[in-house]
Design a binder for this molecule. Structure first.
Ligand code: ATP
Ligand code: MG
Length: 161
């Protein structure tokens, strides 16, 4: 199904703003004012973005800012979630999409979770014909980017028949 990517992101962010009222986290939205049509499995992509924003909250200090925005291209959209949290050491960055991988056993134990969230996110984004990536600086913050084509591979494969 096709959805308006921007309206969907606003809905997700409204829900998170309600949830973290007492953690003193500020959400900044860098979203266009016009609608952007995209073909996604809404439930699955909601699960993906929920995990990424939950991570940003979980690994951010009180008073941090989380920026969620889009970059629009001719053939697809990039969604980014940027935090000002503890960051991920360069040598560990490529592993965070592996099942059960957690960067630091000690901090992971305190913060809870299974280390599956980003592995599932990667599977779901790739099933949409997209890619997921990370850029992070230790003690500065982390940015997760999801690139999605406007029309998913499902429709393309129907086309080939
Ligand atoms: P789960 O999502 O299953 O509850 P989790 O959050 O630990 O557990 P993932 O979402 O897969 O697992 O993330 C894997 C690891 O990557 C995390 O344990 C954490 O060490 C690191 N990580 C993910 N997002 C961030 C972030 N925004 N800032 C710092 N570290 C992060
Ligand atoms: Mg997680």
């Amino acid at each position: 199904h096709h959805y308006n990517l921007i309206a969907w992101l606003h809905e997700v962010l409204d829900r998170f703003e309600m949830m973290v009222k007492d953690k003193n986290i500020e959400f900044v939205r860098k979203l266009p004012t016009y609608p952007v049509r995209i073909e996604i499995d809404r439930d699955k992509m909601t699960q993906v973005i929920d995990n990424i924003i939950s991570n940003a909250i979980k690994y951010s200090p009180d008073g941090g800012t989380i920026t969620v925005g889009t970059d629009l291209h001719e053939d697809g959209a990039t969604i980014f979630v940027k935090d000002e949290g503890m960051g991920i050491p360069r040598e560990n960055q490529h592993k965070i999409f592996q099942r059960f991988y957690r960067v630091d056993k000690a901090r992971a134990r305190n913060l809870g979770g299974t280390g599956l969230g980003l592995a599932i996110a990667k599977e779901m984004v790739e099933a949409h014909g997209g890619t997921i990536g990370v850029s992070s600086e230790l003690r500065q913050g982390t940015m997760i980017t999801i690139q999605l084509p406007y029309t998913s591979i499902y429709e393309e494969s129907r086309w080939e028949e």
